[in-house]
Design a protein around this ligand. Structure first.
Ligand code: HMG
Ligand code: MG
Length: 302
């Protein structure tokens, strides 16, 4: 098997990880989490979302968090922008990349961003144009690529269509997202293949929620196709408020443990990453969802 030599991980913990938390997480805790992630060697961090505070109250402090983080050279800080209003607010925070987020399922598009897939593309087009005019790279997240909480199974042809539409408006990279974590390796590979009809292998990434404990096998299945970029979330935090029943993203610690064990470089210090996960888990008053972090913490204690 020809695995990539290096993998790039985007820690989406401060954004995907915290957006679903009911208890308010103060901006300084989010800022500290970003700091600990960069201290652990993360070079890509999804910091926050410029979305409606009525829809996602936890992300209402997006500008404050972006203003508070220490910008380290070589680290890229990305933010979600669903529309031009979000983009205009985000741009003042100087993001290194913006993320537009659509879906392969009509029902999820409606629930999450209050519009159809076609309307979402119309909304993203001016955002992409404005970002690219300012030299800000644009990533597109395609949600519900294998399953939808409202529509059930999703055909790869839906993913292919959204990838094509994103390509047409100038989105430079697409994330194939298993929002509800129902995917299994062959289904995820089919969704990846659909995205790869319009994007090169260097311009696709995987974003797998771990609801059914399939996120690591799905990561491995994607690696086997040559995919080398993944989103993951420290301590396995995460979930989308509009995808009920879905749990967090694959834990960054678990992915790093697997990759390092396979001799694949990430540039991440697993011990420091465990400290970051421990910090946020203690703040939230809950155990980490990462099996590797739990094992390492038990070993330290014992
Ligand atoms: P809408 O209600 O259709 O928007 O929401 P609107 O344009 O009609 O505006 C309504 C109100 O929202 C107005 O305020 C606007 O100013 C305000 P009012 O006049 O009522 O006071 N507004 C905004 N405020 C701040 N920032 C903005 C913004 N836009 C409008 N950008 C909208 C449409 C997209 C805004 C809304 O549906 C929304 O914010 N949705 C976000 C949902 C979300 O954040 N979901 C989680 C992230 S996606 C995810 O987790 C999946 C992912 O991880 C991948 C995966 O796992 O699948 C990425
Ligand atoms: Mg997600």
């Amino acid at each position: 098997m020809n695995y990539p030599r290096k993998v790039k991980l985007v820690d989406v913990g401060p954004r995907d990880g915290l957006q679903n938390e009911k208890q308010p997480v103060p901006a300084d805790v989010k800022i500290r989490l970003v700091q600990m992630l960069q201290d652990a060697g993360l070079r890509e961090i999804e910091v926050t979302s410029f979305v409606s505070p009525k829809w996602v109250p936890q992300m209402a402090d997006a500008a404050e968090v972006m203003a508070g983080i220490e910008r380290r050279p070589g680290v890229r800080y990305s933010v979600l922008t669903p529309n031009i209003k979000g983009f205009e607010s985000a741009v003042e925070s100087r993001p290194d990349e913006i993320v537009v987020f659509g879906a392969a399922s009509e029902a999820f598009s409606q629930k999450n961003i209050n519009c159809s897939i076609a309307e979402s593309i119309e909304r993203f087009a001016p955002v992409v144009e404005a970002a690219r005019a300012k030299g800000i790279p644009v990533r597109g997240a395609i949600s519900t690529t294998v399953g939808c909480p409202y529509e059930g199974e999703i055909a790869p042809s839906r993913v292919e269509m959204v990838a094509r539409l994103m390509k047409e408006i100038g989105v430079q990279h697409v994330g194939v997202c298993d929002t509800v974590g129902v995917g299994t390796p062959r289904k995820v590979q089919a969704a990846m293949e659909a995205a790869l009809k319009h994007y090169s292998i260097d311009d696709v990434s995987g974003h797998f929620h771990d609801t059914y404990a399939q996120a690591l096998p799905n990561t491995l299945a994607s690696l086997q196709m040559g995919v080398w970029q993944f989103d993951s979330s420290v301590a396995g935090l995460g979930g989308c408020p509009y995808a009920k029943g879905a749990t967090g993203n694959v834990a960054t610690e678990d992915v790093v443990y697997m990759l390092h064990g396979m001799g694949i470089e990430t540039g991440i210090d697993l011990d420091k990453l465990v400290d970051a996960g421990n910090y946020i888990s203690e703040f939230l008053g809950r155990k980490s969802q990462s099996r590797a972090a739990t094992a390492i913490l038990n070993k330290r204690a014992g």
